[in-house]
Design a protein around this ligand. Sequence first.
Ligand code: NI
Length: 227
Amino acid sequence: MLIAIDHVLTAAQVAQFRAQLDSADWHDGARTAGTLAKTVKRNQQLPDGSELAVRLGRQILQRLAATPLFVSAALPRTIYPPKFNRYADGGEYGAHVDSALMVLPDSSQQMRTDLSATLFLAEPEDYDGGVLEVDGPFGVQQVKLAAGDMVLYPSSSLHRVTPVTRGARLASFFWIESLVADETERSLLFDLDQSVQRFTPLVAPDDARLVQLSGVYHNLLRRWARP
Ligand code: NI
């Protein structure tokens, strides 16, 4: 399931990010790709651990913590510190599946990648191509969102970024290990939580139906979560 989350960053935050990223020191992205991915990856990245990447990444994490739709959809246990990439001049990333396990920077702790996230930092009209294509059970889904919006997709899915033939595509990308590893269980919890959220304003807080539905959500989460 693909989930788009609008306005993770405000327009003012996007402008502030861009002012700093447009003059940043970008490196060849192939350096950090795995052996197989290296052959299909043609883009630029901010060096991991650079002061700018760390600072902007922290701002993104703060916003995500205050975005209920993200928390409901991802049920995050661990979030990889956000990275930043730039595609221009025909840059692309061919079909690949993200690595299942990542080592967190400056630590020996491993995390499993359940969800992949792309936070768009360029307006769609400012570049041609640069579409994120994600293969799923219903075919290929194409994603190109407004600056400040983010998409979540299963890390297990085959995906690619089509060549950027005009302008530049800037984005932040990172991975999430979820408290609920199973995609189907996580999707069911998300649907149930969304329906509880929509039902809540329609009834009194002690409405027996709301209390029961909310109880079902928490009891399923209790069964399926692996903190
Ligand atoms: Ni990828």
